[in-house]
Design a protein. Structure first.
Length: 423
């Protein structure tokens, strides 16, 4: 009897696979990071951080304003006293004391900080650090999504390939039952041999049904990771199982989650510097110019001011805020160190898993060859009347186990290779 490669025989279990669409892992990764609400939120945080930089840098520039006022009130009459115009008001009870006089004015002002002893620089540095942290967090979130897609895709691929093994088992069991029925009709074998092969076929169908359920669950998990449904006839790309250590290597790019923690720590330190400099003086300058008027008389108005403000005491708020920011930076540094060690351990584990998978794969393939020979010999002995049906069932079970082990070893090898590859 001819034995087919279980990894290539999927049509029995999935009759539409001949016309199915092969879905590549890279395509799903690209699709998963498009139009995701979580990434949109990350984009919004980056935009907010950019706006915070503009707001912090605005302190370097002066502010320009213009003001106008108009009022109607008694008094304020213009009186010529020795050639100088002065404002005067009539006493209550005098004629015209309550007569209203219009007043108006327009003033343009320019105000800016000349020197703030590093306050604005610290605020700008903190805002830039926050933007760097937001960008790093966005990158880390993208990597998390890609890793989730990879994990779900490998589970889907494993379920699909194991389904192929189950489908091949159903085909082989059906063929064996047909052969036994023919031998019984010929009188070459007793009728008692039919029940074992029927039971073996039923168990194969049961395993195939279980495999279909596992495949359906794996597909749903992948669709959730991708963020949308797959095509009805979608199937995984079996070439992903050929990935090995020789083809995949860890990128020199640092881990995005670790980078995000480092950027957050830098932002916390920059925030601490802001609070440290809140007690420093501020030197400001202001200039105003315009015109005031009373009734039909106009007067020039201008003023130039240079001032310095020195904070004396804020009740300890600045020191407390600085201490809180410094403590946050220390916490983030500790978390970064812990994550760095965890990533190093994960890399070592992935390399160990890959080596183990290579060893398992070699043994499983050898076991498949031996099991196929064993099954063929058992079937030949049975057909010649010198063997029993139980030996065939035992050999068939061993072959099914060996085929499944090949699939599991290939999946484990590919998963380890993907873990060593930075998204």
């Amino acid at each position: 009897m001819r034995h087919l490669d279980p990894l290539a025989v999927l049509a029995v279990l999935y009759p539409l696979s001949a016309g199915a669409d092969v879905v590549r892992l890279e395509d799903l990764e690209a699709r998963a990071v498009r139009d995701r609400p979580t990434l949109e939120a990350s984009h919004a945080r980056v935009r907010r951080a950019r706006a915070a930089i503009d707001r912090a840098e605005s302190a370097y520039y002066p502010t320009l304003s213009i003001g106008a006022d108009a009022s109607l009130q008694p008094g304020g009459e213009i009186v010529d006293v020795g050639g100088v115009l002065v404002q005067g008001s009539r006493a209550l009870g005098e004629s015209g004391a309550l007569d209203p006089n219009p007043r108006y004015g327009v003033v343009m002002g320019l105000r800016g900080t000349l020197y703030d002893f590093g306050r604005t620089a610290a605020a700008t540095q903190a805002a830039r650090a926050q933007r760097g942290a937001a960008r790093a967090e966005e990158r880390a979130r993208r990597v998390e999504i890609v890793r989730a897609v990879r994990s779900a895709y490998m589970a889907w691929t494993a379920a699909h390939e194991l389904g192929g093994v189950a489908g091949q088992t159903v085909t082989d069991a059906g063929a064996r039952r047909t052969r036994v029925e023919a031998l019984i009709q010929e009188g070459a074998r007793p009728e008692a041999d039919l029940a074992p092969v029927q039971a073996d076929e039923a168990l194969a169908r049961l395993e195939a049904a279980r495999a279909r359920g596992e495949l359906a669950r794996a597909r749903l998990a992948l669709e959730q990771a991708v963020g949308g449904p797959l095509a009805p006839g979608a199937t995984p790309d079996a070439s992903v199982l050929s990935r090995s250590a020789s083809e995949e290597a860890r990128s020199e790019r640092p881990d995005p989650s670790l980078v995000a923690l480092e950027r957050q720590r830098e932002a916390a330190r920059a925030t601490a510097r802001i609070h440290d400099r809140r007690t420093r003086p501020i030197l400001t300058a202001a200039a105003e110019g315009g015109v005031h008027g009373v009734v039909d008389d106009f007067f020039p108005a201008y003023r130039a001011t240079l001032s310095i403000s020195v904070p004396l005491w804020d009740g300890g708020a600045g020191a407390a805020s600085e201490a809180a920011a410094s403590a946050e930076a220390a916490e983030l540094a500790a978390r970064a160190g812990e994550l760095r060690e965890a990533r190093r351990g994960e890399e070592l584990a992935a390399r160990a898993d890959q080596a183990s998978a290579e060893e398992r794969l070699a043994i499983a393939r050898e076991l498949v060859d031996v099991s196929q020979t064993r099954l063929r010999q058992a079937e030949e002995r049975y057909d010649l009347g010198s063997g029993n049906i139980e030996s065939i069932a035992t050999a068939r079970s061993a072959l099914r186990r060996a085929r499944s082990e090949v699939v599991l070893a290939r999946v484990a090898r590919a998963e380890a290779a993907l873990r060593l590859q930075s998204p």
